[in-house]
Design a protein around this ligand. Structure first.
Ligand code: ATP
Length: 270
């Protein structure tokens, strides 16, 4: 059903405060927030608001979070779908789903459309794909391109898409007037990991002595999603032990657990 594939979220709770680090990326999307807040101001001199931007970076680095924060900051509706939703779709459905999505977003504009894992539909045409029928995928991709080209100057819908495989994308997607901006969302460095910890420690009852610098030091290579995971695991570990607050040791145990999980994942891949 429609509701399963894409959900409109008018919830404005995600803001830039929820996105730690990513200063450069935030700066770039701030401009998009401005456009959405004040479309008329920007089109009054004949300029065209950009139609799309590609968020590029490894898994779990906050691409979805950032897209939601754009919608939240601009106070506009957020429509989303994931490229992987198309993997099991019946033939002929993909293109009409894309059409429906754009219609809804235009009806509620200004608005944001977010397409996660766009590589699942946006792989270069004519190459092998793991995602079922190639024709079906190409039809879906073509519909997406058609919709973006069909935007009038005053449509005021901005399409954000996320991928960790920008290299496999069909070049047609990156043409002017489509996803002609690329915004990099990288793994956090030590300072950014500290900031991400601070965001995810907010709801956690911690023992007063907790040293966030130390936690950041213990987690090289962790994504924001991994850090969110650590904080949650630590709280569960402490609760299981009937503790009143989460201690440094609980965090270290959680880090070990996440590292173990990451190692397992890597073993399967290699
Ligand atoms: P994927 O490519 O796997 O879809 P993504 O880049 O879209 O990943 P998100 O889904 O946005 O990553 O991140 C997952 C969760 O990790 C977020 O909901 C948030 O809790 C946490 N997170 C990731 N990056 C950050 C960040 N920079 N600041 C705060 N939290 C973060």
């Amino acid at each position: 059903s429609k509701a399963k594939l894409f959900d409109e979220k008018t919830d404005t709770r995600t803001s830039f405060k929820d996105v730690a680090g990513l200063e450069g990326a935030k700066e770039e999307v701030e401009e998009i927030v401005e456009f959405l807040r004040n479309p008329d101001k920007y089109t009054s001199l004949g300029g065209k608001i950009p139609k799309g931007a590609l968020l590029v970076g490894p898994p779990g680095t906050g691409k979805t979070l950032l897209a939601k924060a754009v919608a939240g900051e601009a106070k506009v509706p957020f429509f989303s779908l994931s490229g992987s939703d198309f993997v099991e779709m019946f033939v002929g459905v993909g293109a009409s789903r894309v059409r429906d999505l754009f219609k809804q977003a235009k009806d509620k504009s200004p608005s944001i459309i977010f397409i996660d894992e766009i590589d699942a539909i946006g792989r270069a045409r004519g190459k092998n794909s793991l995602t079922g029928s190639n024709d079906e995928r190409e039809n879906t991709l073509n519909q997406l391109l058609t919709e973006m080209d069909g935007f009038g100057t005053n449509t005021n819908v901005i399409v954000l898409a996320a991928t960790n495989r920008a290299d496999v994308l069909d070049k047609a997607l990156m043409r002017a007037g489509r996803f002609d901006r690329q915004i990099y969302v990288d793994l956090p460095d030590i300072r950014e990991r500290k900031e991400i910890f601070e965001v995810h420690l907010r709801p956690i009852k911690t023992a007063e002595t907790l040293d966030v610098d130390f936690l950041a030091k213990q987690t090289p290579g962790f994504s924001g999603a991994d850090i969110a995971n650590v904080c949650n695991e630590a709280a569960l570990i402490a609760a299981r032990k009937e503790k009143k607050a989460v201690t440094k040791q609980d965090f270290l145990d959680a880090v070990d657990r996440i590292v173990g999980g990451l190692e397992k994942k890597n073993k399967i891949i290699t």
